[in-house]
Design a protein around this ligand. Structure first.
Ligand code: NAD
Length: 439
């Protein structure tokens, strides 16, 4: 088996946009050499975002002061419309990060076979330092600034780090005020509150989709050292929407033992296993909003937690977290990448050599956009699906995608991440060829 990631961890390679483009370029080289040649211009068409909007806008704080903020909306691929992707509120949001995340969205939608191009948006801010009313004003103004480029059939945002159902509700309301005649206007965003047309199962969809992919890998005996999820030990990095839900689902539905959890302030670990809901209740009631200190457990650094003993490691925080040194030391048999881009190129190589089974982000975390697609379909059709129906359809999509990537990996003797890139590129190229180039 070969990996297409052969490189060293330089400062540039910690750069997420560069890493994503490298992965794409290597997969393109492989497709060109081993499968079929792709027209150069088509490669550039797939590689370049078609729109990068930067907006600067004022927000009034509760104390009357005015802060200038910068926001972005990047639409990466026009192979399908609408484009689709989350909105992130975080201090390190910049144009490169949002562009890389939009690129990932294009590939991810192809992995699960959704008729969407990729997009992403964000505002550079620290949501933890803003009050509820400040966040609401920020969201409404940001929505206004990007209004001309979003719409149910053009570009459909969703939640990501630092945003939730509440922000999606505000974006929908702002869009509706300016577009009173638009039919099915609620389809302008997904991940909305249920009362505004949100889908049952959307909040936990990313984690649920990841659990289905992991289940498939275990059932097919693809993870050496892991024959069953019952009593398998799990460490989760990041304890927000995705991190909490994966801990909860693996513990409640599959009988896994969640032995370690961390957030941006540090981690906790116990071989006896943690109760995910109790940890969340503790985090929410803690003035520092952290899991650190739960049950008097020792405070662990990120590095210490990620390299503590476990069967399954789930990065669910942010990009470039599993670096080479951590990859060398970590003990997991499988990595379920629910965060986008958590593993660096060097770490990937080391994990490949150690035969750690990788469930790559553009496959593992595609459950979120898949249920977003279901929400969008429900909004357009005026329907409201039951949770069981959503979960059944999600499981079918995720297990089909898993099997497609495994098949590609076997056929071309590739690792799972390279196979996911190759599979997505082949699908995207087919769409471009079948649509043709306008005019
Ligand atoms: P969130 O804001 O709800 O939670 C993020 C969590 O990560 C928080 O607990 C935060 O404290 C923690 N964190 C931040 N920096 C950290 C660090 N350096 N170390 C450890 N923990 C850290 O965000 P989310 O929606 O749960 O998203 C998490 C990841 O999943 C992101 O990479 C996101 O892009 C990806 N993702 C989310 C969705 C979705 O539907 N929400 C879909 C696909 C992928």
């Amino acid at each position: 088996m070969t990996t297409l990631q052969r490189s060293y961890e330089t400062k540039e390679e910690l750069d997420f946009l560069r890493r994503t483009k490298l992965g794409f370029d290597r997969a393109i080289q492989f497709v060109n050499a081993e499968i079929k040649p792709i027209e150069k211009g088509v490669i550039e068409f797939l590689r370049q975002p078609f729109r990068q909007l930067t907006v600067r806008f004022p927000v009034q704080m509760d104390d009357g002061s005015v802060h200038m903020l910068t926001g972005y909306r990047v639409q990466q691929s026009r192979i399908y419309e609408p484009t689709k992707g989350g909105i992130r509120y975080a201090p390190d949001v910049d144009l490169d990060l949002i562009t890389a995340l939009a690129f990932d969205m294009t590939l991810k939608c192809q992995v699960v076979g959704l008729p969407y191009g990729g997009a992403k948006g964000g505002v550079a801010c620290n949501p933890k330092k803003l009050s509820r009313t400040e966040l609401d004003r920020l969201t409404r103004r940001y929505a206004y600034e990007i209004l001309s480029v979003i719409g149910p059939d053009t570009d459909v945002p969703a939640p990501d780090v630092g945003t939730s159902e509440r922000e999606m509700g505000i974006i929908y309301d702002t869009y509706r005020m300016f577009n009173p005649q638009t039919p099915y206007a609620s389809a302008v965003v997904t991940g909305k509150p249920i009362s505004l047309g949100g889908s049952k199962g959307r909040r936990e969809a990313t984690a649920q989709g990841g659990a289905y992919v992991l289940e498939e890998a275990v059932n097919q005996r693809h993870i050496s050292g892991l024959r069953s999820l019952k009593d398998a030990s799990v460490i989760v990095q990041g304890y927000g929407n995705v991190g909490f839900n994966i801990a909860n689902i693996l513990n409640q539905d599959y009988g896994c033992k969640v032995v370690g959890i961390c957030d941006s302030k540090g981690g906790i670990y116990t071989e006896d296993g943690l109760n995910p809901s109790q940890v969340m209740t503790y985090k929410n009631s803690n003035p520092d909003q952290t899991v650190v200190g739960f049950d008097g457990l020792r405070h662990l650094s990120q590095e210490k937690l990620l390299t503590s003993p476990c069967d399954i490691l789930v990065p669910a925080a942010k990009e470039t977290q599993i670096l080479g040194q951590i990859a060398k030391e970590l003990e997991a048999d499988v990595i379920l990448e629910l965060a986008n881009g958590p593993t660096t190129n060097l770490a990937d190589e080391i994990l490949f050599d150690k035969q750690v089974f990788m469930l790559p982000d553009i496959l593992a975390n595609a459950g979120g956009v898949t249920v977003s697609y279901f929400e969008w379909l429900q909004n357009k059709a005026g329907e409201n699906w039951e949770l069981g129906q959503v979960k059944e359809k999600l499981q079918k999509k995720m297990s089909a995608a898993y099997n497609d990537i495994v098949k590609t990996a076997k056929l071309h003797n590739l690792d799972m991440r390279s196979a996911a890139f190759v599979f997505a590129i082949l699908r995207a190229v087919d769409v471009v060829n079948e649509r043709g180039i306008f005019p």
